[in-house]
Design a protein around this ligand. Structure first.
Ligand code: MF3
Ligand code: CO
Ligand code: CO
Length: 251
């Protein structure tokens, strides 16, 4: 069942989404060579708590930390660790989900650590364009599959692959709700979008092949071919006239 959020629910959810976006902005200047992903985790954790919210990942299905930090060939769900120290040339995705007012807000961004190779930089730029192209398909009475069709078209035009094992998701009172938002999809398929639906779009785009493998820690998903992977995520509301990016910082 896909929850249609009321005006009041949307107002509460917007606040959670804005806090998630603020957390990503807050952490940005710390994403430098020499910092550990554990330190990034602790800074985000404190920031979220200070604003009266909880970090949704902490203890979610046993996840041990407050954010996900996915470095270079990690597709998603990387676990912050004191032994993972950022180095010049890395790319790192930081995924923040906040729980505020009984609603979740979910957003992530891939950061460049210092000077990065042109190949890595282009992957990150195109992945952001994939997210925005997907978002541009969000409007009432259109098929959900149009989002993933648009993302795949752009990624494939650059010779990249689109991860299929992990998807965007409905979000609200639950971290992960229906519908599933597939990032490699076919135009004109899937459910019809309706005003009041809220879901994430979060394409994971790989330099090499789309396949990933879960590491021994039970969470970290690494590309099978060990090539780079990038991701961006926003939480989106379907409105009467189109959409609103709830995790786009408004002030
Ligand atoms: N924030 C991730 C998403 O975009 C989910 C992380 S689940 C966790 O859906 F347990 F790893 F935190
Ligand atoms: Co998400
Ligand atoms: Co997320």
């Amino acid at each position: 069942m896909i929850h249609i959020k009321s005006k009041r629910e949307i107002e509460l959810m917007r606040k959670s989404c804005q806090l998630a976006a603020k957390t990503l902005k807050y952490i940005e200047p710390y994403v430098r060579p020499g910092i550990s992903t554990e330190e990034l985790n602790n800074l985000c954790h404190e920031f979220i708590i200070k604003h009266g919210a909880m970090p949704s990942p902490l203890n979610y299905r046993g996840f041990p930390k407050s954010i996900c930090t996915s470095l270079n060939s990690v597709i998603c769900h990387g676990i912050p660790s004191p032994s993972d120290i950022l180095e010049e040339g890395d790319i790192i995705n930081i995924d923040v989900t906040t729980y505020l007012n009984k609603f979740h807000g979910d957003t992530n961004k891939t950061f460049l650590v210092g000077a990065v190779s042109p190949i890595a930089k282009k992957l990150v730029e195109v992945t952001f364009e994939c997210l925005m192209a997907g978002i541009s398909e969000v409007k009432p009475n259109a098929h959900l599959g149009n989002i993933g069709a648009r993302i795949a078209e752009l990624a494939h035009a650059h010779g990249y692959s689109v991860v299929e094992d992990y998807c965007g998701h409905g979000i609200g009172r639950e971290f992960h709700e229906e519908p599933q938002v597939v990032h490699n999809n076919v135009r004109g398929t899937g459910v019809i979008m309706r005003p009041g639906m809220t879901f994430t779009i979060e394409p994971m785009i790989n330099l090499g092949k789309k396949q990933g493998t879960v590491q021994k820690d039970g969470w970290t998903v690494m590309t099978k071919d060990k090539k780079l992977s990038a991701q961006f995520e926003h939480t989106i509301l379907v409105t009467e006239s189109g959409h609103e990016i709830l995790t786009l910082l408004s002030d």
